[in-house]
Design a protein. Structure first.
Length: 167
């Protein structure tokens, strides 16, 4: 975390991401509440925008912004790591979601794609990151995220996930 939402009243968050070589990204998705700006510091980043997955390869110093509602995904298709910053404006839940995913991975609970293997925790990750999939009814996704949050709360999973959140 480089800039936390606590630092600026929720206006933005800025964090650094390290993508290993040949690392696929998340599925094509969109956000309702924030835009994301990806800036490459080292290596290259493969960005895919809109339904047709228009490909852009970003080099160090280059940026692209996925606007609110804009479909996007990213990957590192190169032989070297990609180090980038991601700014969410206004701040979203992305940092908390990745803190959980990294914590779960460090404890041995990650699937091959790097996200939590446990389906309930995976749903909480997606819900917290506020990423929505095209082609799946929005209200269905919202309902599934709300149910997963409820189940995580009553089973104590939500409380256990709190240990991964940085203070």
């Amino acid at each position: 975390m480089l800039v936390s939402e606590e630092d600026n009243g929720g206006a933005l968050q800025l964090y650094r991401v390290h993508l290993p070589p040949h690392r696929p990204g998340p599925p094509l998705h969109y956000h309702l509440a924030f835009a994301e700006t990806f800036t490459v510091l080292e290596g290259t980043l493969d960005m895919y925008l809109d339904r047709e997955r228009r490909h852009m390869q970003l080099l160090p110093g280059e940026s692209v912004t996925a606007q609110i509602y804009q479909l996007h995904t990213f990957a590192n298709n190169a032989d070297v790591p990609c180090i980038m910053t991601v700014e969410t404006r206004p701040a979203g839940g992305v940092v908390q979601a990745f803190q959980i995913a990294y914590g779960v991975a460090n404890d041995g609970g990650a699937a091959k794609d790097g996200l939590p293997r446990n389906r309930l925790i995976r749903l909480r990750f997606i819900g917290i990151s506020q990423g929505f999939l095209p082609g799946v009814p929005f209200m269905l996704q919202r309902t599934v995220f709300a149910i997963s949050k409820f189940i995580a709360r009553v089973t104590g999973v939500e409380r256990r996930l709190q240990r991964y959140l940085a203070e």
